[in-house]
Write a protein that binds this ligand. Structure first.
Ligand SMILES: Cc1cc2nc3c(=O)[nH]c(=O)nc-3n(C[C@H](O)[C@H](O)[C@H](O)COP(=O)(O)O)c2cc1C
Length: 323
């Protein structure tokens, strides 16, 4: 069964969550995930330095709408004072604040943020204390298991998170060094769930609704975060919910895929204007057609599309053939 999930003062309708993904989980992607059952969605990681310098571009990442709730805003940074100030600044936008302690990319770890924090438990404690004092919003962190093999610090960081008043923790059980290679070791989610008392959300290698059920069963985690498995596939939330309630999970037909891809394009155009929407939707379209006959040539052709009308015509033609 799906179950409600409590994160501090927030009670979520179910335990299926859209992960933060840079360049992907903006307002249109979140609205579509919610339409199919995601009970909580995250912004992509937002730079606290950008926020406190009041960069308009950074605040653009917080653009939302009344039906985009509850919303988790994910922050990245490494200075306790700046993270605390940023947490205060996003209070009017967020229902929950998450701190990124897992991002493996050089540009982020080079500043001491993201997974670089997994090597600095003392700094993690300082950050959480400062942010906890700054906001009453539910506070969570998202971590990997450690910097590299042999340096697993997730138990220690998890204990600190619980002690410093975090309301939940998401674990993606890969090290920083693994990036996205190999398998996410779900056994480590189970270990952490057994070790600390705050809710644990599992992330990693959720590509089908069956994976959602398997992760909940095998790890005992309180919630599941869906990332790459949700790309061009918001139906995964509804399908997982169906399986968890003992029903069959039906895949979308071509007409439904077309309708959702069109809606995605419309929402994106509304948010960012046609040129940006068309450029960004090329990658989403590649995900929407994945696995269907003719997907490869369609992807190649979609990459040269310049206008919304052209894109709509190409989508109609592709999905018309696929139905
Ligand atoms: C394109 C992309 C962007 C991501 N951006 C973020 C991010 O901004 N913040 C974050 O905490 N994790 C980010 N992640 C990691 C995901 O949230 C998730 O933890 C990871 O992909 C593992 O889940 P999966 O194997 O089910 O995809 C990103 C992942 C991808 C693929």
């Amino acid at each position: 069964m799906t179950s409600k999930l409590r994160i501090g003062a927030l009670t979520l309708a179910n335990n299926l969550i859209l992960a933060p993904m840079a360049g992907i989980t903006n307002l249109p992607a979140r609205l579509l995930a919610r339409r199919y059952g995601a009970s909580l969605c995250f912004t992509e990681m937002v730079s606290v330095n950008g926020l406190v310098r009041e960069g308009r571009k950074t605040f653009d990442l917080l653009r939302s709408s009344p039906d985009d709730r509850p919303l988790g805003v994910q922050l990245f940074g490494d200075e306790p004072g700046i993270l605390a100030e940023a947490a205060r600044l996003v209070e009017g936008y967020a229902d929950l604040v998450d701190i990124n302690m897992g991002c493996p990319v050089k540009k982020v770890v080079g500043t001491g943020a993201g997974s670089a924090l997994l090597r600095e438990p003392k700094k993690v404690a300082d950050i959480l204390r400062a942010v906890r004092r700054a906001t009453k919003l539910p506070l969570t962190i998202k971590i990997r298991t450690g910097w590299q093999a042999g340096q697993h610090t997730f138990h220690e960081i998890g204990r600190i998170a619980a002690e410093e008043g975090c309301d939940a923790l998401t674990l993606h059980p890969r090290t920083r060094a693994q990036m996205f290679e190999g398998h996410a070791d779900w056994e480590l989610i189970r270990e952490l769930k057994d070790a600390i008392s705050i809710p644990i959300i599992g992330s990693g290698d959720i590509f089908s609704p069956h994976d959602v059920v398997a992760m909940l069963e095998r790890t005992g985690c309180d919630g599941v975060m869906i990332a790459r498995g949700g790309l061009g596939n918001p139906w995964i939330f509804k399908q997982a919910q169906a399986l968890l309630e003992g029903r069959e999970a039906h895949p979308p037909d071509a007409r439904e895929r077309l309708a959702v891809a069109q809606l995605h394009l419309d929402l994106f155009t509304e948010l960012a204007g046609e040129p940006v929407a068309v450029r960004e939707m090329r990658k989403h379209l590649a995900w929407y057609v994945k696995g269907l006959p003719g997907a490869a040539p369609f992807r190649a052709a979609a990459n040269t599309i310049q206008t919304k009308d052209e894109m709509l015509a190409a989508m109609n033609s592709f999905f018309g053939r696929a139905s």
